[in-house]
Write a protein that binds this ligand. Structure first.
Ligand code: FAD
Length: 598
């Protein structure tokens, strides 16, 4: 008797139409629960989708090069064929999966045999945290607050990881300046004219560094106040209870030759991710990744952004406002994948002036560094016939996890082929006293996700019973206007067959947006047509990201349109648009022309 089960794409943080870059299974394969089925690549991350049940693959409904969204069926399996194997008695299980099965499934996450460290240790602690990004420092601080003795290992001189040093914060410091320049320009239409800005790029870079310093310095102070011992160096596991740290010095990762061994009861791996480099791109100072772009060495005349995702478009915004003309190339058929297209259209219209050429559905196939510029050849829907010349090329093609760079195998921790560490809802790896959080565990690579996972892991180290059970993880493009979205989108609802009701409040009817001279945006709420609870929302407009939290809370609390609409929002605020969108949903909005009776 067969028992057919559809295995679907789980919550992938609101992304939709995501590229399938690997398919690990074919018809006839036997998959175990948690075996990887496919790898997805969004603008910020690659992620493997594990099987939620074991079975024999009967049908594969996706392929490399295809696009997929939350709820789409990946494979259909027959669970009956492996019913016995799905629940093996642990004691009777063989030490390793038979080689034939392992190779058929292509990328099962092998559990390595842990090493044994027989030497002594220099430091002893309750919790060892590896990596001091938003995940790592949050885990360390939470564990210390819960009374545990914590050691935090970081290879760089400052705490804060990618987010504070070369990610979220420096990009927003530059975007803030760009937004002010742009806003001042718009005032000309109101009769207030300023001269063209004089940009001292060294001072602007200095401002960005000051912002970073303030935050990373603050973290160092908070670590001290909590008696978290920070150990500087590159950490690598020796066994399931020991980590070796090779001491580093200076601002980078220069090794001093000194080593320390840390013994731990629990460990939290928060070693993050790194930029993905495209193999055919040569080394040249005029070709940068996001970290290089944030160094802001000069403003080019002509800049190419490879990858039309959030990071590329945010950095493109900064350089364009400072004077660069932009081209962008994106393999997918639209920029900024994730939010509904109606939001992206508003952003596109408002930003059309920045771009000479938006090449969607197009690939970069060759990059040639010549004396007079970087020549790039394209292929695809919007590829120019000739190679194009650029003064600066930003490669923003995604990030890869650091799972294979930390000696995880010595601790017995399983790492996927792509370098992710799989965890359960309590953030535990396959080794129960070792947890992993943040970019290294995949899903949306976002700082706020890392922080929430961090608290869960730290609380479990302290003997608690915490779970990562967020209903939604918001996403924001901090462009101008900002594009912010959370939960179910119209597009994902259509694909997943979820019956929804949507309500839109156009900012053309918002007193505050009109007063600000920025009424191009709108606020949209998505409700479940049966329960009438809000299950998604999106905002395009200035400060959209700052306002999204209310919709996230409403979704977590299971609010309906009345809950949101009857909550008094201050007038005139942009946030009021959320209340008014809810009023649109229940037909009581008096700030719009009369609604047609349903
Ligand atoms: P990381 O921040 O990557 O930190 C990992 C730390 O571990 C690093 O400090 C690293 O040095 C250290 N480490 C690694 N291996 C070792 C080792 N062996 N020994 C010692 N130390 C080690 N996210 C948002 O939510 N909002 C944004 O606006 C946003 N903007 C971004 C802009 C850019 C340009 C980029 C690149 C990223 C952005 N992100 C944003 C993503 C965000 O930065 C990451 O999701 C976040 O930093 C992940 O946190 P983490 O703690 O998992 O890892």
């Amino acid at each position: 008797m067969s028992n057919l089960i559809e295995l679907k794409v789980p919550d992938i943080g609101g992304h939709s139409n995501v590229d399938v870059i690997e398919v690990f299974v074919k018809v006839g394969d036997t998959v175990a629960k948690d075996d990887s089925l496919i790898t997805l690549e969004t603008d910020k991350a690659t992620m493997e989708v594990p099987a939620e049940a074991a079975g024999v693959v009967k049908e594969v409904r996706t392929a490399v090069g295809g696009k997929i969204s939350e709820g789409d069926v990946i494979v259909v399996i027959d669970a009956a064929g492996v019913a016995a194997a799905a629940n093996p008695a642990p004691a009777a299980a063989p030490a390793a999966a038979p080689a034939a099965v392992a190779s058929q499934v292509a990328a099962p996450v092998a559990t390595p045999a842990a090493a044994t460290h027989s030497g002594t240790a220099d430091i002893d602690c309750d919790v060892l945290v590896l990596g001091a990004g938003p995940g790592g420092y949050s885990a360390a601080f939470r564990a210390a607050d819960l009374g545990l003795k914590v050691v935090l290992v970081e290879r760089y001189a400052t705490l804060g990881g990618v987010c504070l040093n070369v990610g979220c914060i420096p990009s927003k410091a530059l975007l803030h300046n760009a937004a002010v320049i742009d806003e001042v320009k718009h005032l000309a239409a109101n009769g207030i004219k300023f001269a063209a800005p004089e940009i001292d790029i060294d001072m602007l870079r200095g401002y960005k560094e000051k912002v970073i310093g303030k935050l990373t310095g603050g973290l160092a102070g908070m670590a001290k106040a909590r008696k978290v011992q920070v150990v500087r160096g590159v950490g690598s596991f020796l066994d399931p209870h020991h980590l070796q740290v090779e001491t580093t010095d200076g601002t980078g990762q220069d090794k001093t030759g000194a080593k320390q061994t840390i013994k731990f009861k629990n460990a939290i791996i928060a070693a993050g991710s790194r930029v993905v480099n495209l193999p055919f791109i040569p080394q040249d100072p005029r070709i940068v990744d996001s970290t290089g772009a944030l160094e802001l060495k000069a403003v080019p005349n002509k800049m190419l952004v490879i990858g039309g995702g959030i990071i590329g478009l945010e950095m493109g915004t900064v350089y364009s406002t400072l004077g660069a003309r932009l081209d962008v190339v994106e393999m997918m058929d639209g920029l900024m994948q994730g939010p509904d297209r109606d939001l992206v259209k508003v952003w596109e219209k408002y930003n059309a002036h920045r771009f000479d050429n938006i090449m969607t559905g197009t690939k970069t196939v060759a990059v040639d560094a010549r004396e007079d510029g970087i020549y790039v050849t394209f292929e695809g829907a919007k590829a120019p016939a000739e190679p194009q010349r650029y003064d600066l090329v930003l490669v923003a093609a995604g990030r890869a996890p650091n799972g294979k760079l930390i000696g995880a195998e010595n601790a017995g921790v399983a790492v996927t082929d792509r370098g992710f560490i799989e965890v359960d809802k309590q953030q535990r790896t396959n080794v129960p006293h070792i947890y992993a959080i943040g970019d290294i565990v995949g899903q949306p690579m976002l700082a706020h996700k890392a922080v929430h996972e961090a608290h869960v892991a730290a609380e479990n180290c302290a003997g608690g019973k915490s779970f990562f059970d967020a209903r939604v993880i918001p996403g924001v493009a901090y462009t101008d206007p900002e594009v912010a979205w959370v939960g179910v989108t119209e597009e994902s609802a259509k694909r997943d067959g979820i019956k929804i009701e949507k309500a839109v409040f156009p900012w053309a009817a918002s007193g505050r947006a009109i007063a600000n001279g920025r009424d191009e945006g709108f606020t949209k709420l998505i409700f479940d047509a049966e329960t009438h609870q809000v299950i998604g929302g999106a905002i395009v407009g200035t400060h959209a990201g700052d306002m999204l939290g209310e919709i996230c809370l409403a979704i977590e609390m299971g609010c309906d349109a009345t809950d949101i609409g009857k909550t008094i929002h201050a007038h005139p605020t942009l946030g009021e648009s959320i209340g008014m969108a809810a009023e649109v949903a229940h037909g009581s909005c008096t700030d719009l022309p009369p609604q047609r009776k349903k």
